[in-house]
Every structure is written in C-alpha cells, then in structure tokens.
Design a binder for this molecule. Structure first.
Ligand code: SF4
Length: 372
C-alpha cells in the first residue's frame, strides 16, 4: 500500500503498512481508482460542457464521488466499489454528451482534404483533439499570416472513402481489410517522428501487394464467423481509422472495441474512437489503463471481465503482442513486426505483415486437426 492522499500521511511521505486515518489497502486502492476515473471523466465532461452539453446526473455523481473521497470517512468497501462501477457507467454518458456536442457543432465526422507540410512565416502548433480550441485558434488567426499546424495522426481519415472502395471491389474483402489494418500499424508516431500522406500511400500500396498468409486469413475468417463476443483491441491513434475498415468487415453487432483509458505515447483513446466515428457502428469501451499494450493487471475490472467473456480477441499492434502473446486465450494478433526481438519471437523477418493466432490456441487447433 502507498497512500499520500492527505496531510496526515505517515512521516510526511506516505502511509505504507496501514493508513494513519485507519484505511486499508483495498479502500485506498478503490479511492485512488475513483479519483483517476473522476479526473478523466471531468476532463471529457468539461469538453462537452464547452459544447453546451451537460447532464445533471453526471454533475451530481461527480460531487457525490468527490465528497466520498475528500471527506475520507467512508471506508465501506461495498459502497466504494459500487461508486467505482458507477463512475464507468457515468463516463459512458459523458462520452455520449461529447459526441452529441461535436456532431451538433461540426456535423458527422467525414474525411476532408488537408494541406501538408510547412509554409514560410510564423506558425502555431496545436496538439490534442479539442475541436473547440482548434476552432477558436483558427478564428483568432483568420486574416493574419500565422499558420496553424496540427498533428498527422488523423491523416488516414482523408483516405478512408478510397480505401473502403478498394475493400468493396476486392476479391477477398476480409483479406484486403486485414492488409490495410496492418498498413495502419506502420503509421506509428511513437516510432517515427513525422509522416506524410504520400508515405502512407506508399505503405498501403506495399501492404496490398506483399506476400501474405492466406491460410491465416481463412482461419481468421472462420474464427470471426464462430465467435459470439469479439473484443477488438485498438492500437495507435491514427491507425484506428484503418481499424474501422476492418471492423466494418466483421459482424459488428458482436464486436466491442477497446481503447486506452488514458493517453499513453500515441495510443488510441476514446476521443480518437469518437473522431473515427466508431461509437456509431460498434460498442467502444476503454480498458481503464494508461499502459502501452494490454497489461491486464493494470486494466479496470470491467475491462478484465469483457476480456474474459470474449471468445475471440483481435489484438492490434506490437504492444498488444508483447503483452498478450503468452496468454491461454483465443487471440488473433495483427501487426507488422517492427523490431528484431519480436521478429525472432514470431519467427519472421523485421517488417513482415503478421496475422497470427495465439500459440496456445494454434496448438489446440492443430491437435484437433490431427485427431480428425
Ligand atoms: S488518507 Fe489515510 S492512508 Fe492516505 S495518506 Fe492520509 S492518513 Fe494516510
């Protein structure tokens, strides 16, 4: 246990064995989880409020939950646990408010042509996904020679209609969608420092023509058809647009997409899912964690339950492979091998496109085939 939530904290640094106030590690952990949940929820609720969307139920819950932690007298595990679960439920309502606010003000998300590169003269670089901030900045710069630059994570969005057409016109739409999802895995600004639309076009061309394991695609298609609850673990912010192309090829009524609970490197969060329009076609949840990959111990109880319940997990990216490849679970990994260590583990070359069933389930499948 470590708690430094108040000024009574032991030795002025932190209560470790037990709280000076009397709380134990479970209470401390639940209160901490609640505070982190509230912090994230309040940030999104603030975005929604600025777009004119509020909900009295959400506001009342934030006050009640803060009261429960700030007063530090409620050490009842059951009621704290219920409050943590309610925080998750209220957070979904907050995401609905944010979505409504964004769509009312800016319309449904749709791909738009953008200019790339830089131009001579002063400029302001704005990051993040606060559309209202971006709008205000653009208005403030109107009529001046100040250029406004933003990040390129959403560049794939501009190619979405064209790529969708390619999938629809291809012989094997599932395979084309998997190839494009893998292409998205290369658009990783956690690895590269910059990327241009022309780079992405080249990557997509290569991924559409490279050798690929058609047996793995067949096994993947069979697994998708048989699964009743599919959990799709998204990876990076920009590539989530290309993930959407693959998700559209799945039985969407049986698919849940999971994003990160809080920003880490350039991983996709709920805001990225909203910008890609995912909540309009499938259920989207967050994993309650801000760790790269999927470290189940750091994920929320709700997410772990969904992970456990899923009979097929589709895990995008190398981070998810690194953290989940040893699990005894029906997982298909979709990635591009980006480093020698992972390439050796996968038994492939660096840069190879991978669609791979988890080891444990490959073995079971092979045994069943042998028995037949
Ligand atoms: S809230 Fe309790 S456990 Fe936490 S620092 Fe204060 S006295 Fe210690």
């Amino acid at each position: 246990m470590f708690c430094n939530q108040c000024e009574q904290t032991a030795h002025g640094t932190g209560c470790t064995a037990r709280g000076v106030c009397g709380k134990n590690e479970d209470v401390q952990s639940l209160q901490e989880t609640l505070l982190y949940g509230l912090k994230g929820m309040a940030a999104y609720a603030h975005h929604a409020r600025r777009l004119g969307k509020t909900d009295e139920g959400v506001n009342a819950f934030i006050e009640e939950a803060l009261f429960a932690t700030v007063t530090n007298v409620n050490f009842d595990i059951e009621s704290l646990l219920e409050m943590v679960l309610e925080c998750g439920r209220q957070n979904l309502r907050v995401m609905e408010l944010l979505d409504e606010g964004l769509v009312e003000r800016y319309g449904d998300p749709s791909p738009t042509a953008v200019r790339e590169g830089t131009a001579a003269g002063p400029g302001i670089l704005i990051t993040g996904h606060d559309m209202l901030d971006l709008e205000n900045l653009l208005r403030a710069c109107q009529g001046t020679d100040v250029k406004v630059y933003t990040h390129g994570e959403m560049l794939p969005a501009h190619m979405y209609p064209e790529l969708r057409k390619r999938i629809m016109n291809s012989e094997n739409s599932l395979e084309t969608a998997v190839r494009l999802a893998i292409a998205g895995n290369i658009i990783d600004l956690g690895v590269k420092t910059s990327i241009r639309e022309s780079d992405i076009e080249g990557v997509i061309r290569d991924c559409l023509t490279a050798d690929f394991d058609s047996l793995a695609v067949k096994a993947f298609g069979d697994a998708v058809n048989q699964a009743e609850r599919i959990l799709y673990l998204a990876d990076n912010a920009g590539e989530i647009v290309l993930d959407r192309l693959l998700i559209e090829q799945l039985p969407i009524e049986r698919v849940t997409v999971a994003v990160k609970g809080a920003p880490v490197i350039n991983d996709a969060t709920m805001e990225d899912a909203l910008l890609a329009g995912l909540p309009r076609i499938v259920e989207v949840i967050d994993n309650g964690s801000d760790a790269p990959g999927t470290i189940l111990e750091s994920c929320s109880q709700t997410f772990r339950g969904r992970f456990e319940d899923a009979d097929l997990i589709i895990a995008k990216g190398q981070g998810n492979y690194e953290t989940l490849s040893d699990l005894d679970k029906n997982i298909f990994f979709i990635l591009k091998a980006k480093c020698p260590v992972i390439a050796v583990d996968l038994g492939c070359e660096v840069g190879e496109m991978i669609l791979r069933k988890s080891r444990a389930f490959s073995d079971i499948g092979d045994l069943v085939k042998e028995a037949e």
